[in-house]
Design a protein around this ligand. Structure first.
Ligand code: SR1
Ligand code: MG
Length: 406
């Protein structure tokens, strides 16, 4: 019998006892330190370390109520999904995810590698840090985890078993509401709209019927297109980074959905970093950082395409998917989804309940309003004209054309 045989929400003292009981890592009488370091909207994340041995571990623990709002009560099964996905991705994209030491479906907790020396990418970008390996690492991660889990490569019954295991209805519902509905109709009256742009949001988002129709089509694609095993929340707060290494974590929104959902999230969050730099940095720093974002957006799209094509040719097993022209058709759809999701993520982080600090911490109110208008205007272009953007240069030019309107 252990007090960890029945679920309860653990505090720091419980976490110390928990790691001593569950892991071989620490002596039973070790004097451990613990700190809650969670930065996301959903879970509690503890770092536990032993000064004497130098050993440390991260414990991620799911509560029944979300941190962002007690209004959300979602399944703690998200912790199992995250742990299993990280273990699977460690095989598909080795070296790009943290090691999971154990996970526990009773306490809804997992123990994983401590990534000391890394930093959350969003905060590093907010300070103007640049990362030369990022585009290469993130495109390897995306091509390996996404293409290799599709019907193009996997035996269809094995793929369907994964679809079943990671059906994740409650976390998908959050995305269906926060990404695909509420930015276009504030149905629950909970959107965070920056007051100086309230009229702009009304006209450009809530009153644009043509936009709503396109988002409705995309929502039903998100609901029904079980294309690949997604990360499901691939923003810069789900990435730990340092100059020579990138680690992707936090795949609790994982499920089988459209590949462009992950790729578009990465692109949109690079644009948020650009907007912050444009508003906050001194001219010299701004110029070099914005140039790095420019190069990185182009590389992420173009390297994704290049690696996708090579991996498709190497790994395709499906007879009909080998038909000449099918690969190009499939990739075209992914790029259109990437463009659309770039737009959806830009909009939902500006007006929804889960905003991004890149934008909300812009100190000058006029500059913040300009940044928000740029994001919304570019977003509409990426959504409505999603079939037009197929290269890195075209993605960048679309964003810049909209920056130049303000
Ligand atoms: C209610 S959860 C809000 C957001 O936080 C997560 O990181 C996801 O992006 C989700 O949409
Ligand atoms: Mg998260």
């Amino acid at each position: 019998m252990s007090r960890f045989d029945t679920y309860f929400l653990m505090n720091s003292d419980d976490i110390i006892e928990y790691v001593k009981e569950k892991l071989d890592m620490f002596e039973k009488d070790a004097k451990l330190d613990v700190k809650e370091i969670g930065d996301g909207n959903l879970n509690y994340v503890y770092r536990v370390w032993d000064e004497k041995s130098g050993k440390s571990v991260i414990v991620k623990h799911a509560g029944i109520e979300l941190r962002i709002s007690k209004e959300f009560k979602i399944s703690t099964d998200r912790n199992r999904i995250e742990s299993e996905i990280l273990m699977l991705v460690d095989k598909l994209a080795p070296g790009l995810v943290p090691k999971i030491y154990m996970y526990d479906t009773t306490m809804c907790a997992c123990c994983m590698e401590d990534l000391t020396g890394y930093e959350l990418m969003r905060y590093a970008l907010m300070r103007g840090e640049t990362f030369p390996l990022f585009a290469d690492d993130i495109t390897t991660y995306m091509v390996n985890t996404l293409l290799l889990t599709t019907d193009v490569v996997m035996e269809h019954k094995e793929k369907k078993a994964l679809v079943k295991n990671y059906i994740n209805p409650e976390l998908c519902e959050i995305t269906e509401d926060l990404v695909y509905t509420e930015p276009y109709a504030d149905l629950r009256n909970r959107n965070h709209v920056f007051p100086p742009i309230a009229d702009f949001v009304q006209k450009e988002l809530y009153d644009d019927q043509e936009l709503k129709l396109e988002v409705a089509k995309l929502k039903f694609d998100f609901l029904n297109n079980a294309q690949a095993l997604l990360h499901g929340d691939l923003h810069t707060g789900s990435i730990f980074i340092k100059k020579d290494s990138t680690i992707i974590f936090d795949p609790e929104f994982a499920f089988y959905g459209p590949i462009g959902y992950d790729v578009g999230n990465v692109i949109a969050n690079l644009f948020f970093a650009w907007c912050r730099s444009d508003a906050e940095f001194e001219p010299e720093k701004k110029e070099s950082f914005c140039e790095w974002i420019h190069e990185t957006v182009i590389k992420v799209i173009d390297m994704f395409i290049e690696k996708f094509n090579a991996s498709y040719d190497e790994h395709v097993t499906e007879y009909m998917a080998k038909t000449p022209g099918f690969k190009e058709h499939y990739l075209d759809g992914i790029l259109a989804d990437t463009s659309a999701v770039t737009g959806l993520e830009l909009n939902r982080r500006i007006v929804g309940i889960a905003n991004v600090k890149d934008i909300t911490t812009i100190s000058d109110q006029g500059k913040r309003a300009r940044a928000e208008k740029i994001c919304i205007t570019a977003a509409k272009d990426f959504i409505k004209n999603r079939a037009n953007y197929k290269t890195g240069e075209q993605f960048w030019n679309c964003f810049m054309a909209n920056v130049n309107k303000f």
